[in-house]
Design a protein around this ligand. Structure first.
Ligand code: FES
Length: 135
């Protein structure tokens, strides 16, 4: 395990995400309405869309590109879609969020970065280097 401290829970927007630069690519750290915290590779298992810009509902996120619904705990697409992205351990200790940079579930290596043209059409954009946080 390779735990890093991300800071206070409040630094993650409720029903949103923060993007952290991990050793194997960007990691989206989500916060639910009930203050549950989850972390997934910021690549949709469909075509690599930025899950961090999706809509969080319950313990799931809907990808902003083609509306696949991804389970925040497992990184798996929910039926009828199939596929899985990387999932990471997170914990909140005394109001501070910790992230394990070693994935529980590794993302498939074929998951490509989001197609910039598709992202533009959908009104989303992959985070720029300035928007990523180094840990
Ligand atoms: S649904 Fe996420 S990239 Fe298509």
């Amino acid at each position: 395990m390779n735990w890093v401290k991300l800071g206070a829970l409040e630094t993650i927007p409720r029903l949103g995400a923060r993007v952290v630069a991990g050793p194997n690519g960007d990691i989206a750290v989500f916060r639910t309405a009930a203050d549950g915290v989850f972390a997934l590779a910021d690549r949709c298992p469909h075509k690599g869309g930025p899950l961090s810009q999706g809509i969080v509902h319950g313990e799931r996120v809907t990808c902003p590109l083609h509306n696949w619904v991804i389970d925040l705990a497992s990184g798996s697409a929910t039926g009828p879609d199939t596929g899985c992205t990387g999932a990471y351990r997170v914990r909140v200790d005394q109001g501070q969020v910790w992230l394990d940079l070693d994935p529980v579930v590794s993302a498939p290596v074929h998951a490509a970065a989001a197609d910039p043209e598709e992202a533009a059409e959908a009104g989303t954009q992959a985070p720029t280097p300035a928007q990523r946080e180094a840990v």
